[in-house]
Design a protein around this ligand. Sequence first.
Ligand SMILES: N[C@@H](CCC(=O)N[C@@H](CS)C(=O)NCC(=O)O)C(=O)O
Length: 305
Amino acid sequence: MPPDVILHHYEMSPYAEKIRLAFGRKGLAWRSVQTPMVMPKPDHLELTGGYRRVPVLQIGADVYCDTQCIARVLDRVAPAPPLTPAAIATEVHAISRWSETTFMMAVLALFGIGGVFPPEFVEDRRKTMVPPGMDLDRSAMILPAKLLQIRANLGRLDAMLADGRRFLLGDEPTLADLSAFHPLLLLGMHERTAALLAPLRHVRAWTERVRAIGHGTRSELSAADAIAIARDASPAPFAGEPVLPEGMKLGDPVVVLADEYGSGVVAGRLAASDLHEIAVRRETPRAGEVVVHFPREDYAVVATR
Ligand SMILES: N[C@@H](CCC(=O)N[C@@H](CS)C(=O)NCC(=O)O)C(=O)O
């Protein structure tokens, strides 16, 4: 029986959609906590210790940040069917990374089409997620080039699917499908980007198959109740094979820094470290002791003394 899983997310988040579909694929029942789309997010930060992005998965007093880490833990707690089948793990990873980096970044060109996102959302991202010296308003200038990049990436997907396969890597969906689908969710937000999908019949049919995976069984939970669940639970012991950065040991005070600008910094004591995961233990006023997990990829762990 899988443990109770709680997803902290908001509806419009394409990254969260990837995990909602992962619940569907595994047929899981899950609790949904609505996180604000813009700062401040005091309940979210209470659990994560400073990581502001969504989605975040909570299991008791363990908090998993980033979809890469979340997909891995879901395969651990509910192994069948796998999001990442071992025999094709590298292919799944490669397609997921491409989807999240070049493909998704091109789709963010939507910021260059005025009026797609609510003004307070654009203002929040301008203040918190755009690195100093970068100008969000310039995205309007590069929009025509970005639209062609989106077309090229959609063409890649269509070519993969042209032999009639049901999903990107065979008859069954994997994390590769969920990751490649998530940039497409935003394309529907404006007619200029939606039009790019119109000529691609293989991609459109595949999109419908991915949507049909559904979201599993969802029920709502308040952030206060999620925090109470963390407070009443104890973090799971580290059961992996320890792999530590040179000069570091479990228990050391550290900070975890994300490569992605504006994600936030999380401080604590190193609680877990293996080839694919880092975790820090922290004490919080309302949630008590929690362990916050990150994927190894894209996150640096730095000793603080
Ligand atoms: N690498 C992260 C990226 C997640 C991400 O960028 N999420 C967006 C929403 S789709 C976000 O949280 N933006 C900032 C915010 O909501 O404050 C992951 O895979 O989970």
